[in-house]
Write a protein that binds this ligand. Sequence first.
Ligand code: SF4
Length: 258
Amino acid sequence: MEKEYHILSLSGGKDSTALAFFMKENMPEIFEKLELVFSDTECDLPETYDYLNKIEIFLGKKILRIKPEASFEHLIQLQNFLPTPHRRWCTVMLKTLPFKNYIKNVITKNGNSIIKLYIGIRADELHRAEYNKYSVNYIQEVYPFVDNLICKEDVHQILKNVGINLPDYYKWIDRSGCYFCFFKSKHSWLLLNKHHPELYQKASEMEQPRLNEGGFGWNIDFSLDDMIKPENKIKIIKHHSLKKIKNNKFIKTLYQII
Ligand code: SF4
């Protein structure tokens, strides 16, 4: 008979965290057997690591941290170029492969098993479920928030009720991930420099040799060194403020009227 193995993959963000607390409260018999797993790139924001420690204390359960086989610095030497949105080798090497290897180990250790993978996709973002399928017959994705019609406001409420609230990085950026993530806007790069100047500097040192060889940096418009020059900072902040004004619901309605 196939054994069932229950895994919740935590991202260090609000949804998967809320799911862990939701399962503790509403699915206690599964929570007891549940393995909490975090794919640790070793390059996440310090706030993410603090939040993971807090989750362990609040849940009273350890989180297994899966590490990549080589550090990001070492992987850059091997690839010889920085990852970009079109050549996103970072996700594969830092997250997908280590997670797949971990699953393979679970299967090897436990024999004929079905892995139930609990995913924190909410009922109001069901379309994302398509991108989270493993398409292998020994993994079954489970979406408790979708099944229980849990939406964004409910997630906030769950985190508030248990007293853990949001991770601290939400005070200045709205996504978890590597500190050098190239999906960041220029404005978010400036905020990284403000909140973690040492990490900004590290990211800048990583791109410098690539730029010197005529390759890509982290951002298409500026090198990180140039981005923080006062004249560029002003341009970026101005552009960001204008965008915010344009996205303001009241202003949008006004534009539609006039
Ligand atoms: S967070 Fe960004 S840089 Fe890190 S693995 Fe994901 S896409 Fe790559």
